[in-house]
Write a protein that binds this ligand. Structure first.
Ligand SMILES: C=C(OP(=O)(O)O)C(=O)O
Length: 602
């Protein structure tokens, strides 16, 4: 028998209250020789009955009175039969109660998800089996480190007591990764971390698009499985390299910086290609969740603490309504047409206006086109057959007006212009293989288009207005307008490229995307670099999201001011928005909505 963090894992204390009492048959009560035995104390049963099915496990002798009952089956009068049935029912109820109490006791000793529903009995047993085998592993591994890990052993003590092993407090007890799937059906990494406070879980966001400057998401590249997108190597790297090394370090889970640095050192590459940014980030995120619990605070508060942010700002959402570009086969050149409820005073109001418009558009589409047109793209936007950028802007402006929200809701587009960039120009008909190169637009002409759109429509923001390497295009337009120009592909949450954007005065807002870096510490550093250089920041999801809500806590914790997480629909997107609603509710009067000040310029 051994202790872990002072917890006696050999006994299930709450069993004592249910009639099971531990009785020591000689030897030390903490001896490791298996002499601790649980005996059943049936004196607590007022009717002297036994729990038949529990007896199998407890090897308790059957009472003589019951033997008689089993062997002598006589016919009884109806009155007797009723009494017998009632007694049997009572026994059964008590038996169930006893089992439930025992499971309750077990649940109190195994790591469980603090925020999840009660574990079923089967789950409880499975978790207990896993936990016991983990502890067994730990004890085995421990023996090779006996000098540091054995304590309380005195040469003068008897052999029995020398077997007593006390495991030093280990902040991270289990770190276990697996492959799961993102919202687009592509494999991604999930990790479970167990600390003394329970089990914490993170599924890392994902993309199947390779960007040049982001940290490397490790894929198996085995074309015969998951189209080469499997992440079993990243999972293996966590389970066989990061987990054992990190657990050995004994870091407290609140030591985010140290843990992140340690993992980057373990990786040893500039682009995180050895262990994989997907593996490292997943662990980094779960450390933050466990760290928040350790500090007894919500995740967003813990993130604020780490980023040294004192005032919490609720973000303005960019809700995707229409989809074009490479994500749709319509004629829309730009990838996303979004709405930003900037003229309201709370995130809850932003949700109300956003969902009103989304539902209005859905109904309108249904009446104008076929039902299929209301099917949505990966980020939840409608991919209706509109013919041009102007048509899309007219459509959205009208929808905002029809819902009565003119002046309260503005339009944002994600041009994703790298997809249009050909031979030094921008091909707005890039989906037409026969598009005429004569019609490609120069960066200046494209800039004119954006400026005209801004004058004609309530459009306040353009993301990826130019190709990610067209620095001149970016710098020129940035100098000409106050409109929000978001660099997403431009900087890819890469510190070097953020530095270039600062130097070249390219864009006035930059994106922050979790899986473009490898650690939360790097994300916080990138955020600080952006802010100290006067940029606005928008926290952006990935195409492949999981049901993890980390992004919501991140955007609030950093008080970034803006979140772009797809449409107000589809659970992997709406889940994040719902989490921000919860946080706003929790903060009450302390929650300040960014509104028109979404770039934090005032
Ligand atoms: C490609 C992605 O999104 P975007 O086109 O908005 O950069 C992505 O999630 O990786």
């Amino acid at each position: 028998m051994f202790n872990m963090d002072g917890m006696n894992v050999g006994r299930c204390h709450s069993l004592e209250s249910t009639g099971v009492v531990p009785v020591s048959l000689g030897g030390s009560p903490t001896s490791a020789n298996g002499s601790d035995v649980f005996l059943y104390d049936d004196s607590s049963m007022s009717d002297g009955s036994l729990y038949a099915s529990d007896q199998e496990n407890l090897s308790t002798p059957i009472k003589r009175s019951d033997c008689r009952r089993l062997h002598k089956r006589r016919s009884r009068c109806p009155q007797q039969q009723i009494q017998q049935r009632q007694a049997a029912n009572l026994r059964e109820r008590r038996r169930m109660q006893s089992i439930n109490d025992a499971f309750e006791g077990l649940r109190a000793h195994i790591p469980t998800l603090p925020y999840e529903k009660r574990l079923s009995k089967v789950d409880t047993l499975k978790l207990a089996i896993g936990y016991i085998s983990f502890l067994g592993e730990l004890v085995r591994a421990d023996r090779s480190f006996s000098d540091t890990m054995l304590s309380g052993v005195n040469n003068g003590q008897n052999k029995e007591e020398q077997k007593k092993i006390i495991i030093r407090v280990m902040p991270i007890k289990i770190l276990l990764a697996r492959q799961i799937f993102d919202s687009t059906g592509v494999p991604t990494v999930e990790v479970d971390m167990v600390t003394e406070l329970g089990l914490f879980r993170v599924g890392v966001p994902n993309t199947d698009v390779k960007k040049v400057a982001e940290a490397v998401q490790l894929r198996d590249n085995n074309p015969s499985q998951y189209m080469g997108m499997g992440v079993s190597n990243a999972v293996k790297n966590i389970n066989t390299i990061i987990a054992p090394e990190l657990i050995k370090q004994n870091y407290e889970v609140t030591m985010q910086k140290e843990i992140d640095q340690f993992m980057l050192a373990l990786d040893g590459t500039d682009n995180r290609s050895r262990l994989g940014a997907n593996a490292i980030m997943c662990v980094s995120m779960v450390v933050a969740k466990a760290g928040a619990a350790k500090k007894g605070m919500p995740l967003y508060r813990h993130i604020s603490d780490m980023a040294e942010i004192t005032t919490i700002i609720m973000p303005v959402p960019h809700f995707t309504i229409l989809t074009g570009g490479v994500l749709a086969s319509n004629d829309l050149p730009f990838q996303e047409y979004m709405i930003m409820p900037t003229g309201v005073s709370s995130f809850a109001d932003a949700m109300r206006l956003g969902t009103d418009i989304y539902q209005y558009v859905k109904k309108l589409i249904k009446s104008k086109f076929k039902i299929e047109s209301t099917y949505v793209s990966d980020s939840g936007g409608f991919a209706i057959p509109l013919r041009s950028n102007r048509d899309a802007l007219l459509f959205l402006t009208d929808a905002i007006k029809q819902c009565g929200y003119a002046g309260k809701v503005e339009i944002a587009i994600n041009a994703c212009a790298s997809d249009l960039y050909k031979d030094g120009g921008y091909d707005l008909e890039f989906k037409n293989p026969k598009s005429n190169p004569q019609n490609y637009m120069s960066a200046d002409k494209l800039a004119e288009l954006y400026l005209e759109n801004m004058k004609e429509f309530p459009m306040c923001s353009v993301e990826d207005a130019f190709d990610y390497d067209d620095w001149a295009g970016w710098s020129t337009l940035t100098a000409r307008t106050q409109m929000q120009l978001i660099g997403n592909d431009l900087t890819q949450t890469n510190l070097r490229r953020v530095g270039l954007a600062v130097e070249k005065k390219a864009g006035n807002t930059l994106s922050l995307r979790l899986s473009q870096s490898a650690t939360l510490t790097e994300i916080i550093e990138a955020f600080k670099l952006m802010k100290t250089n006067g940029f606005g920041v928008v926290v952006i999801d990935r195409w492949g999201e999981t049901d993890d809500l980390f992004l919501a806590d991140l955007v609030v914790g950093l008080s970034a001011g803006q979140i772009k997480c797809g449409a107000p629909a589809r659970s992997e997107r709406i889940g994040k928005y719902n989490q921000i609603l919860r946080i706003e509710e929790e903060l009450g009067a302390l929650a300040k909505y960014a509104g028109k000040n979404y770039r934090g310029q005032n």
